[in-house]
Each structure stands twice: as C-alpha cells, then as structure tokens.
Design a protein around this ligand. Structure first.
Ligand code: HAM
Length: 443
C-alpha cells in the first residue's frame, strides 16, 4: 500500500493544526440554561399561571418568536430603548426584516386583528408563557433571553378590567410566595398627555444642565421617560416635577379613580407613583408595576408590569380596540422563590423502585416496569446498575415506598421480592399477582 512520506516540516504543521483546536462553544452572554434541578420551580410557575388563567377565564395563545420588525417599531414605539437599542433584528434569506420578539403584547394584538377576534364576545382574554429577547446589559435577574407570562384583556375599556389585571399579577406572585408592592399611575391619553408633556418639557428645560446625557436627548422626544431615569441627579430633579395626575382630563381621571376604587374594594395595597411611566410607548391611562425590595437587585426590582393600551390596535392599523394587560418576568420570580422558600416544591417520589440482579432478571424487570407504569403506579428503575446495595441506595434516595427485587431465584420461582423501604421487611409475592399486590399496598 502506498504510504505518503511525511517530511518533518509537514508533521509540525499537523501538530500546529491540532493545538489550534477551536474552543468548545459556550453559552452566549446573557443567556441561561435551565437545568433539570432548576425545573421544579419553573414547573411551579407554569402550573400556577395555568391555574390562574383558568380561574379568571383567560385562554392560551402562542404567537411566533419571530415577527416582522415593523410590528415592534410601530407597536412598542420607535423611540423606546427596546426598539432603539435592544432588539435582535436581522434581514432573513428572503429579504424580510425580522425581529426576535422583545415582548408579546404587540404580537397578541396583531393576532387579535389578524384572526378577526373582534367578532367574539368581548373582552377576549388571552394569556401566554414564553421566551422574549432583549439585548440589554446582563446583570442579576436580567438576561438577554428571558421568559414572561402575560395576560391580555382586549375589546373593553371598563376600569374593572384594569383592577382585575392588577389583582391577577398580585395574587399570582403572592401564591408563589412573593409579597410585592403594587406601584400605580395614570399616564393619561392623547387628549391630556400632550399638554402635560409641554408642561414637563418646560420644567426640565429649566433644569437641563443637571440632567444626564440620555435625559437631555429624552427632553425633546420623550420627556416622560426622564421621570423614571435611574441617574440620581435626574431623580432629584424629577422629584420636583409637575405630576400628571394633576393634568388628567375628566375621562382619564374618572378611569383612574374607578380603577383605584376597585383595588380598594379588593383590599389590594398600592402606592401611587407619579414617576411610573413604563418603557413602552403603547400605554394610555393605567400603568402599574410590581416591585420587590432586594439587595442583590441593587435596590428594588420590577417583577412585572403592565397597563392599558387603548390605542395600540389603531397604531398597528386596526380598528379601535381598548386593551389592558400585564407581564411577569419568570427568571426574577424563580430567583426569589428559591431564596424565600415560601412555596413548597414537592419533588417526585416513586411508589416503587425495581431492582434487578443479572441479565435474565433485567429482561423481566423491563416488562414488570411497563406493567406497573401502565397500571398508574409511579415506578422508577436504574437498569444500567447491577448491585443490589447500589440499587437500594437509589431507591431510598428517591423516597420509594417499596423496592421490587428480581434476582436469579425469583426468575426461577416466578416470584418477586417486595421490600418495604420504611421497615426493611421483605415478602415473596407471585409474579402474576405483583401489580395487584402493589396496588393493594399503596391504598
Ligand atoms: P416590561 O415591563 O417590559 O413589560 O416587562 C415585564 C417584566 O418582564 C419585567 O417587569 C421583568 O420582570 C421582565 N423582564 C423584562 N426584561 C427582562 C430581562 N432582560 N431579563 C429578565 N426579565 C426581564 C412588557 O413586556 C409588557 N409587554 C407588559 C404588558 C403586557 N403590558 C401590557 N400587557
């Protein structure tokens, strides 16, 4: 056979190539794996979101993770941080401008319009649970892909719906063991907000020198956002700023009072926060957030927020469709749940564990596993292991009530050895009666 002669030079090139092995790909910055050991907390949030949705008559909607960029530019607002700096946008192979959704409210409204949901009884109540992406600076509790659960109530403008929305988020957090405070404000509508913006602009113009560079830019485009700037010097100026509640039109004031009255009736404590304006442009009237004080988050963290968006459908080209909604950030909730430990996480404990000794027993054990599982018995196994001690160890770690042992002798006698894991007592049971026997013991 022809063997290629390698020159010393050639072999050193091979070595160089070997040592230049590309590194193992790693998680992208700001992304996170949710590992099996994290799942019980996530499962708890999914279960409770579903339970709340059922209780308050919200139906599930799933919209795609990719939408046309235009939807968010128009819906969330061209001048928002989300659209200006945080969207994962690209042009696809077909030349379409696509964005990985940074939030889901705009998508839900798109779906409402696209599927003619205005023909259903109003309000149409929808909920979702899924990933969103924003290219933000990662920090404790802030990721570039994060999950939200959201509730949207579309097609009616009664303040009772605003109160119901605030109630759902508050009670859902409470059920998960988190006592968050409700921050609430009204940011008016197209009738009263422009005049307030002028008042606000004039106020901040007088204090222009003190404002940070971003707020100097906001002064022209979106003076409302100066109110919730995180810079201390801007916050100090904002403390003195005129408040929108003093500039609401009659309709907006009546709506706000109506919402607060419902919250009072529900005995939900809230803080009126005149500087709460939210970072998305689609809001009208009610704006709210759920805050939790936590040192790891710097100061207070927003676990969720929402508000009314009566003009969003029209902004997207649809007919007038009032709406109100909220979204909660699941990562932040899970972080707090794990720390506060107020929500009982009950792990999986099998009724029975099957331990097998030897090749023949293994075959029978798989069959036995299937018979037990099909009869509704919670069963676990570790067929890759042979030693009885190891398998009993696994069974007790899992918290199994009984271990069914199948060895050479049991195979010959057509029996199973049933071990009570609490008392350690063992009993021989005929193989054909084992399912019935286990069911009886579990009663
Ligand atoms: P949002 O305030 O942008 O509202 O997000 C809601 C919640 O999502 C936040 O309070 C936070 O808990 C979580 N969240 C946001 N960004 C991140 C991040 N980078 N990492 C981790 N968690 C995050 C909305 O998205 C609106 N669509 C809510 C809404 C629904 N308004 C009406 N309907």
């Amino acid at each position: 056979m022809y063997k290629k002669k390698t020159t010393p030079q050639a072999s050193s090139t091979v070595e160089k190539k070997k040592s230049k092995k590309s590194p193992i790909p790693q998680l992208i910055r700001g992304m996170k794996d949710t590992l099996p050991e994290d799942q019980p907390w996530w499962e708890a949030t999914r279960d409770q979101v579903r339970a709340f949705a059922n209780a308050y008559s919200f139906e599930r909607i799933d919209t795609p993770i990719l939408e046309s960029t235009n939807l968010f530019e128009r819906g969330v607002g061209h001048d928002t941080d989300i659209v200006q700096k945080e969207m994962y946008s690209f042009v696809d192979q077909g030349g379409e401008h696509i964005t990985v959704r940074p939030e889901a409210t705009a998508s839900v409204i798109r779906a409402y319009i696209e599927h003619g949901m205005r023909n259903k009884p109003q309000p149409v109540k929808l909920y979702y649970y899924g990933p969103m992406c924003r290219h933000e600076r990662p920090q404790f509790g802030r990721y570039r892909q994060f999950y939200q659960c959201g509730f949207e109530s579309l097609g009616d403008q009664h303040p009772v719906l605003d109160a119901e929305m605030i109630l759902i988020g508050h009670r859902l957090l409470k059920t998960l063991g988190i006592a968050a405070t409700v921050q609430i404000n009204s940011i008016g509508d197209e009738v009263c907000r422009p005049a307030y913006q002028t008042v606000l602009k004039n106020f901040f113009k007088k204090n222009r020198k003190t404002l940070c560079e971003s707020c100097k830019r906001r002064l022209h485009k979106n003076p409302l956002r100066i109110l919730d700037c995180k810079e201390v010097k801007c916050q100090e100026v904002a403390q003195e700023a005129p408040q929108i509640v003093d500039h609401l039109c009659d309709a907006c004031r009546a709506h706000f009072v109506g919402t607060l009255e419902h919250l009072d009736e529900l005995e939900i404590l809230y803080e009126l926060n005149p500087r709460l304006v939210r970072g998305l442009d689609y809001y009208t009237r009610t704006a709210f957030e759920y805050w939790y004080q936590h040192e790891n988050f710097g100061d207070k963290v927003s676990l969720g927020g929402g508000g009314r968006y009566d003009k969003l459908a029209e902004t997207l080209g649809g007919r007038h469709t009032p709406g109100v909604g909220l979204a909660l950030g699941i990562e932040r909730i899970v972080l707090l749940m794990r720390e506060l430990k107020n929500y009982p996480i009950i792990g999986f404990h099998p009724d029975v564990f099957i331990a097998q000794l030897g090749e023949q027993a293994r075959k029978k054990a798989l069959r036995l596993f299937e018979d037990l599982r099909a009869s509704g018995i919670k069963v676990r196994q570790f067929f890759a292991r042979d030693g009885l001690g190891v398998q009993l160890g696994i069974a007790s770690r899992l918290g199994a009530k009984f271990t069914l042992i199948l060895g050479q002798k049991e195979i010959l006698d057509q029996t199973v050895l049933v071990r009570d894991m609490e008392t350690g007592s063992q009993e021989v049971v005929a193989y054909e009666k084992i399912v019935w026997d286990v069911q009886k013991r579990l009663k």
